[in-house]
Design a protein around this ligand. Sequence first.
Ligand SMILES: *Cc1c(COP(=O)(O)O)cnc(C)c1O
Length: 218
Amino acid sequence: MSKIAKKFEKICEKIKGSANNRPIELIAVTKFFTEEVVSEAISLGILNFGENRVQECENKFKNLLKTNTDIKLHLIGPLQTNKAEKALGLFDAIHSLDREKLAIHLKKLIIPSSRTKSFFVQVNIGMEKQKTGVVPSQTKEFVNWCANDLNLNIVGLMCIPPIHQNSKNFFLEMKKLSEICKLKKLSMGMSTDYVEAINCGATHIRLGTALFGERSKK
Ligand SMILES: *Cc1c(COP(=O)(O)O)cnc(C)c1O
């Protein structure tokens, strides 16, 4: 059994152990990993992939998408407005809807044949200066505006909690926010804290290092 296969098996056990039969979507984060690594993940039955750059994703998945039509791609990194059109043609879900200007661009550019069908609003749950995202107190208003005024299909919330802090309280706050916003999906939890995230109600976890090992870069 390969290294990745072993890690995947362990992760699946942990997910099962904490999810109480709730379905959890595992998004394999393949940024900085090669097409070959993605192919191996596909051979293990992984179908959801996360990338944080539009161009890197397009290059890596162009051929894979032709032969693996059931793959789903998730954009998990910040999206510049000049890449919005390309992103809508490539990603099934965008997890980083984090500001008004981007929402307006997406609204202008989305068409029925766009690949993107759903959006997660990114919340700056730790109110960190260096991170993008809607602040918690404005999340409900932003979600309602995107959904009702712009007619974007907002399905959930996403967050990246502050590093070097216990994620639990941030995850619990996200769970509360999702209920306030009446949204069912929660994209939270990475390699170091995904079990905690599931315990707090995550529906989508995003795992890179835990599956594929250390990346050379962030
Ligand atoms: C890189 C990245 C991940 C995966 O991080 P790991 O710690 O390697 O699991 C998850 N979410 C986002 C937004 C990322 O940029």
